[in-house]
Design a protein around this ligand. Structure first.
Ligand SMILES: [Zn+2]
Ligand SMILES: [Zn+2]
Length: 308
């Protein structure tokens, strides 16, 4: 009881509105610290094929997040045939994150109430909270209240997504750890400790932090050519590490656009992939904002538009 009160007072003194989940704090800190220790000892020497393999999985996991849970399942910015959906779900499971259902609900909430108390990773609460801190705390009352109102009927009707919801723990264990590590050892004859270092720590943590920069860096640093009245920014670094998700001022202005940016840039591999899938007939009904819609937005609210 005394410890609980002391923790509560400590949280209050830090100014947190959310209750801290100490298990998550310990687990996530331990994962990073132990990962550093493990990599320091076992990540090198490494076979070049192991590094290329880890990078390939980084791309696949990234595609599962950007092309899959984000642009397809959350925003419905295009449609996909079942085989492509299953592929994207497998790629997403390899990233070792929460379920698709949770991801979609939180992200829809983020768009609806960006950077307010109802936003699960409100960037007004600082870099650490919007980057990873929010995963170490209970959701506040406003997030819980508004989260219940988010329409999830399309997700609940999707058998593939609900299968992932039901078996998420086993799927995560298999696609994020067992399969990548075993294949690394079997295909490239890598030593198991080195395979664990590159797959369970380096690849996993790089995917996690790259994705989190969208919620933190792309809401803090950058420019706002489309809408200066919202916090999300255009950020090239974020776009580079997330394959096209850093053009965040545009994305929050036109969330239904499958490109998540106005222009195609060399980092936007996600758009390139979706376009290629469309040419194969695996993706269809690609939605885009028209040039007229974009210029109207720039005129109305863009940072650089000069009224004559
Ligand atoms: Zn955002
Ligand atoms: Zn979005």
């Amino acid at each position: 009881m005394i410890i609980k009160t002391a923790i509560k007072n400590f949280e209050k003194s830090l100014g947190f509105k959310n209750e801290i989940i100490w298990f998550n704090v310990m687990f996530m800190s331990a994962y990073h610290i132990f990962g550093l220790y493990w990599c320091w000892h076992y990540a090198f020497p490494v076979k070049i094929l192991t590094v290329l393999y880890a990078f390939s999985l980084y791309i696949l996991n990234g595609a599962g997040i950007t092309c899959g849970v984000h642009r397809l399942f959350t925003h419905r910015s295009y449609k996909a045939v079942p085989a492509l959906k299953i592929f994207l779900v497998m790629c997403f499971c390899g990233a070792g994150q929460n379920t698709i259902y949770q991801w979609v609900r939180d992200h829809r909430l983020h768009h609806k109430f960006s950077d307010t108390d109802a936003d699960p990773h409100n960037a007004n609460r600082g870099f650490f909270f919007s980057h990873i801190g929010w995963l170490m705390m209970k959701k506040n009352e406003e997030v819980k209240k508004q989260g219940k109102k988010i329409d999830m009927s399309d997700i609940e009707a999707d058998e593939i997504v609900m299968f992932q919801e039901k078996y998420s723990k086993s799927l995560r264990l298999f696609f994020c750890y067992i399969l990548p590590i075993s294949l690394n050892m079997l295909l490239f004859n890598e030593e198991w400790k080195c395979a664990v270092a590159w797959q369970a720590f380096i690849r996993y943590l790089c995917v996690l932090h790259a994705e989190m920069t969208v919620n933190s860096l792309a809401h803090i640093y950058g420019y706002q050519p489309y809408n200066k009245n919202i916090i999300p920014k255009e950020n090239k670094f974020v776009s580079a590490v997330t394959f096209g998700e850093g053009w965040h001022n545009y994305h929050h202005s036109f969330p239904f656009d499958f490109k998540a940016s106005e222009f195609f840039d060399r980092f936007d591999w996600s758009t390139y992939l979706i376009r290629w899938w469309a040419r194969q007939g695996w993706a269809y009904n690609l939605k885009e904002a028209t040039p007229e819609m974009v210029s109207a937005m720039i005129k109305r609210a863009g940072e650089y538009h000069i009224v004559n």
